[in-house]
Design a binder for this molecule. Structure first.
Ligand code: KG4
Ligand code: ZN
Length: 336
């Protein structure tokens, strides 16, 4: 079964053709990141406008890269939630138009579920159940993936997402948006023990995260040094901050893994590209005898191939949109 999938939840306009949920026949991504960088973050109005401008050509390119026409496509899939409402609406309305014009079924896909599905593309042998750490710019979750379309939230962030914390800390250090990637690169040359940073936990919620205190601590450290005319070592600061975030993530994840008695761990979302997180997951899983799956780095960020993959499993579960499908800005991963 061939699915034509569309993603427009944030600042990437993407389309792909995926066969049977696992084989990527084409994947096209038009990134707007250069333009948003000028403003230090995503400007929703600009994002919607750029999606509207490029969606037709991105979809056309995905079909031609796969050597297919719309006639060869069996179903359409689109990210409908969560994300920037104006950005989502561009993809949802385009997909609805295509579905109406061709009579092909339209599958609504939850963005975080699609991040998890990036692993089905990278690892043909991976099947639920597994425990997944979903870490992106907007979300940080520990999710029990009982089946392809059945999720249970074990833990979530109470404030900032991990990616957001990385980006805000990086911004204070003068790095361009999205700073998480650059912070990770600079941290490779630093000493993770150089600066003492808090390790926030949430009382009575051992699997929940809280990153805002950690973010504020690093921002205060930088501002205090600036006021005193002291210079901080950027590499050491990046390494110390990265270590603190990664420890919060792995501590809660493996506490949950033990409690739930799972044998397979999966990581997903933009932050799963983080070098230290990947190394630590590998080290701890090896130590505990757990199986680990992480997405190929090229599939960690937003793309439409992962939407086509999850779309296939949603289709099998009869999750088909009616003509009144709407975009939704906020929606839990276990909505259905
Ligand atoms: O999943 P994603 O592409 O978009 C959302 O759905 O939010 O995640 C983007 C986030 C950004 O905050 C970005 O800074 C972060 O992922 N990110 C990283 C790395 N690569 C991307 N954070 C830390 N280390 C990285 N290597
Ligand atoms: Zn994402």
């Amino acid at each position: 079964m061939k699915i034509l999938s569309i993603e427009s939840s944030c600042d990437e306009t993407a389309a792909a053709v995926v066969e049977d949920g696992r084989k990527v026949l084409s994947s096209v991504i038009a990134s707007q990141v250069e333009e948003h960088r000028l403003y230090g973050g995503v400007v929703p109005e600009i994002a919607s406008r750029r999606h509207a401008e490029s969606i037709s050509s991105v979809v056309r390119e995905a079909l031609s890269e796969a050597g297919l026409t719309l006639d060869d496509i069996d179903a359409l899939a689109v990210t409908f939630a969560p994300g920037l409402i104006g950005a989502l609406l561009v993809g949802v309305n385009f997909a609805k138009g295509l579905s109406l014009a061709t009579g092909k079924p339209l599958v609504p896909v939850h963005h975080l579920r699609s991040h998890i599905a990036a692993n089905y593309i990278t690892h043909p042998d991976l099947k639920p159940p597994f425990l997944c750490l979903v870490v992106s710019g907007g979300h940080s979750h520990i999710v029990m993936v009982e089946d392809y379309t059945k999720m249970r939230i074990i833990g979530a962030t109470r404030d900032d997402a991990a990616g957001e914390a990385f980006d805000k800390a990086a911004r204070t250090m003068g790095m361009p948006y999205p700073g998480g990637i650059e912070l990770d690169r600079v941290a490779e040359d630093g000493d993770p023990n150089a600066y003492t940073l808090p390790h926030p936990t949430v009382a009575d919620a051992p699997y929940d995260f809280s990153f805002s205190g950690l973010k504020t601590a690093v921002i205060n450290l930088i501002h205090n040094a600036q006021q005193k005319g002291e210079t901080l070592c950027k590499e050491d600061l990046c390494a110390s901050f990265r270590r603190a975030v990664v420890e919060c993530l792995t501590d809660n994840l493996f506490r949950a893994a033990e409690e739930l008695g799972v044998s397979t761990i999966v990581a997903a979302g933009g932050v799963s590209a983080n070098r230290l997180l990947r190394r630590e997951l590998e080290r701890i899983c090896k130590e505990k005898g757990l199986k680990l799956y992480v997405p190929d780095v090229s599939l960690c960020g937003d793309n439409a191939a992962m939407v086509g993959s999850q779309g296939y499993y949603e289709f099998l579960d009869k999750n088909i949109a009616s003509t009144d499908l709407n975009a939704v800005a906020t929606l839990p991963i276990d909505y259905r």
